[in-house]
Ligand binder design. Structure first.
Ligand code: SAM
Length: 222
């Protein structure tokens, strides 16, 4: 797989000495989402851009059959070890968001938590189309991405419209695309849009309080 600059930055972060404990605890909204789903009705899940694997583990523990992909070898190797320690079977692939080679219609649920906006607007749109192909009819796509109110929007070099090279993120130098609601509605036109909500609050960005503002999106393949 050809590594982009973003991929290299994430690999350096996951293989480095930063404290990763936050990334090992599943996000409460993902746990809430999982609790509303039945592994009998929607058995096959994909954690797209799994990072260390906190949500893949949560899906597996809830009885789903889950695959996980990420471009970072270190992140995926952490997940493999974690799953093995818990005696969970979670097939993994080190690959780009668009390069997993799963057959169309492989999954009932795709989760992509804070992943697909890392890059250009075109990549963001292509990732949504890719997930549409990966889902079965009636399958669900849950993803998050920053809004244009997020504290990182407008800072760093603007490499394209609404697209910034962020020096003040946990992974300095990576590129983020910031979507607005109209964008999301356009990109999701092939889906039934179940909910597009904003999640906002404050977090400590290397010791500095900063507003976070993320879209939480749930869509169904019609
Ligand atoms: C913010 S982390 C989120 C990780 C995980 N979803 C979680 O919630 O813990 C973003 C992850 O997306 C992965 N990623 C970013 N762009 C990617 C791409 N184009 N292809 C594959 N993985 C990518 C990174 O390697 C990183 O592990």
């Amino acid at each position: 797989m050809e590594k982009t600059k973003n991929n290299r930055i994430w690999e350096a972060y996951w293989s480095g000495d930063d404290d990763h404990s936050w990334w090992k605890r599943p996000a409460p909204d993902v746990l809430e989402f999982i609790s509303t789903q039945s592994p009998e009705e929607r058995p096959n899940a994909l954690d797209l851009g799994s990072g260390l694997g906190r949500h893949a583990i949560a899906f597996a523990q809830a009885g789903f059959s889950v695959n996980a992909t990420d471009a970072s070898e270190s992140a995926i190797s952490h997940l493999r070890k974690w799953a093995e320690d818990l005696s969970l079977e979670i097939p993994t692939r080190v690959c780009d968001v668009l390069g997993d080679s799963f057959p169309n219609g492989s999954f009932d649920i795709v989760l992509s938590y804070n992943v697909i906006y890392h890059g250009s607007r075109n990549l963001f749109a292509a990732a949504i189309n890719h997930v549409h192909a990966l889902l079965r009819k009636g399958g669900l796509f849950y993803f998050t991405c920053p809004t244009r109110e997020d504290g990182k929007y407008g800072f760093g070099e603007e490499v394209a419209l609404h697209t910034y090279l962020c020096e003040k993120s946990v992974t300095p130098g990576d590129i983020h695309y910031f979507a607005d609601k109209m964008d999301l509605e356009n990109f999701l036109s092939a889906f039934r849009q179940l909910s597009i909500e904003k999640d906002e609050g404050y977090w400590s960005n290397r010791g500095v309080q900063q507003l976070y503002s993320n879209w939480r999106v749930l869509a169904e393949k019609a």
